[in-house]
Design a protein around this ligand. Structure first.
Ligand SMILES: [Mg+2]
Ligand SMILES: [Zn+2]
Length: 191
């Protein structure tokens, strides 16, 4: 199971300028969404590999340092670990097409909707993409999952409704990761 991070595993935080819910950018802002860790633990217990796939462009845009992004991500991993959830792999795309930090700016193959992070993890871990799932809260997550040949589940986090236009064609649509996990456990192929 490929899983997006922000808005699926951890809560979003209002951007100080736009007011729109965005990725947490400081460690104290990292809060797991209720039921998310338990849902991931159930998938692990059923034999699924868990692979995180997250776009994190804030450092490329110059909003925060790369070090801050790493610290925030480490906090997510720490909170999950406290709930006995360990990911088999976690890909972060730090790039942005219109960034201000040269080494992080430009077109890449890992930024969703591109499927690069899914394809790379599948190749490394020997995962069958057709029997895999991609769970995320934006149209770009669903596009990445479809491009990789996975079944897809769109999580309707209310803070990211503006990133879902209604034409992503996911396999299923659910309110949160807990319901997504139940659906996968009813339909999925575990290894
Ligand atoms: Mg998200
Ligand atoms: Zn990238």
């Amino acid at each position: 199971v490929f899983v997006d991070r922000d808005g699926v595993i951890n809560e979003l935080v209002p951007d100080p300028v736009s007011g729109l819910p965005e990725s947490p950018l400081s460690v104290p802002d990292v809060v797991l969404i209720g039921g998310a860790a338990g849902a991931l633990a159930q998938l692990l217990a059923a034999g699924f590999a868990l692979i995180g796939v997250s776009n994190q462009p804030a450092a490329a845009k110059g909003t925060v340092t790369q070090h801050q992004l790493v610290e925030v991500h480490a906090r997510v991993i720490q909170l999950l670990s406290a709930a006995c959830v360990t990911f088999d792999a976690f890909g972060l795309c730090l790039h942005h097409p219109q960034g201000v930090v040269p080494e992080l700016t430009g077109t890449c193959t890992c930024r969703k909707p591109a499927p690069g992070m899914l394809l790379a993890a599948a190749a490394t871990l020997g995962i069958d993409l057709a029997s895999s799932w991609m769970v995320g809260d934006t149209d770009d997550d669903i596009a990445a999952g479809r491009a990789a040949g996975c079944r897809t589940i769109l999580v309707e986090h209310r803070g990211t409704a503006h990133k879902r236009l209604g034409d992503a064609s996911p396999t299923a649509t659910v309110p949160d990761l807990a319901v997504a996990a139940r659906l996968i456990l009813m339909n999925g192929t575990s290894t």
